[in-house]
Unconditional design. Structure first.
Length: 247
């Protein structure tokens, strides 16, 4: 599909609806918060200054009307809120879609993964799209992406396992976490720690076993996230273990 053709009238209408919700005073704060400066992970990303609740209003109004063409056009936008709105539309349509519609949406997700290029875009889409899609399928893609060296694919792989955690499936989240446990980037530290914390809410023994093995060498941010709901005394014991120690 070509992405540089003139936008459909529906896409123009949807983007105008987004523009009506711009709060200019939020733009600079979003630019800083999502690290859009030179050399930062979101370098060059453009924000209009639209809150997520306002984007969800647009999604609710347009979800039944837009098709794949409009989604592609929104994903092609340099504007962050347009890409996020596209992903929220995809999740909404996927949730109610037929098997064929779901297949088409996943194909778009995989094809346009380069447009899922900030952490909120990942977090808003990975569990409800890729995670749900893979529940009854081969999950090797998660392991491939975890080992890809591509920051956003790696975060997608980890956050997508939230769906598995909710279904009380532990092997996939733990496999992906194991592959990423010594990753150098803070955004992966937070993602892995977050998913370990969610897993621990449902299976504390599985989280404990993982931390017994990896707590001494995993990044401190990852460990803090993983231990956030633990009693303070147990949390302190894990945080203070020297490298090379085992429980």
């Amino acid at each position: 599909m070509r992405y540089n053709t003139p936008m459909t009238k529906l896409t123009e209408d949807l983007m105008n609806s987004l523009r009506q919700r711009i709060q200019p005073e939020k733009k600079d704060g979003y630019q800083r918060f999502f690290k859009t400066g030179p050399g930062q992970y979101g370098e060059g990303d453009v924000f209009w200054g639209i809150t997520v609740p306002h984007q969800r209003e647009v999604v609710k109004a347009y979800a039944s009307q837009v098709g794949l063409t409009e989604i592609h056009e929104l994903l092609s936008s340099e504007v962050h809120e347009c890409r996020l709105t596209a992903l929220l539309l995809m999740v909404a349509k996927f949730t109610k879609g037929s098997p064929r519609e779901r297949q088409s949406l996943i194909e778009v997700y995989l094809e346009r993964v380069d447009r899922i290029n900030n952490w909120d875009l990942v977090d808003a889409s990975a569990p409800g799209l890729l995670g749900v899609w893979l529940l009854d399928k081969d999950t090797s893609l998660l392991l491939q992406w975890a080992q890809s060296g591509h920051l956003w694919k790696q975060r997608i792989a980890m956050i997508a396992t939230w769906t598995f955690i909710r279904k009380e499936r532990w092997s996939e989240p733990l496999q992906v976490a194991q592959l990423l446990v010594h990753h150098p980037h803070d955004l992966i530290h937070k993602a892995v720690g977050w998913m370990l914390r969610e897993l621990g809410k449902r299976n504390l023994q599985a989280e404990r076993q993982f931390l017994e093995q990896y707590a001494p060498t995993m990044p401190r941010t990852m460990l803090r996230y993983a231990l956030e709901k633990w009693p303070a005394d147990e949390r302190a014991l894990f945080m203070l273990r020297p490298a090379g120690a085992r429980g």
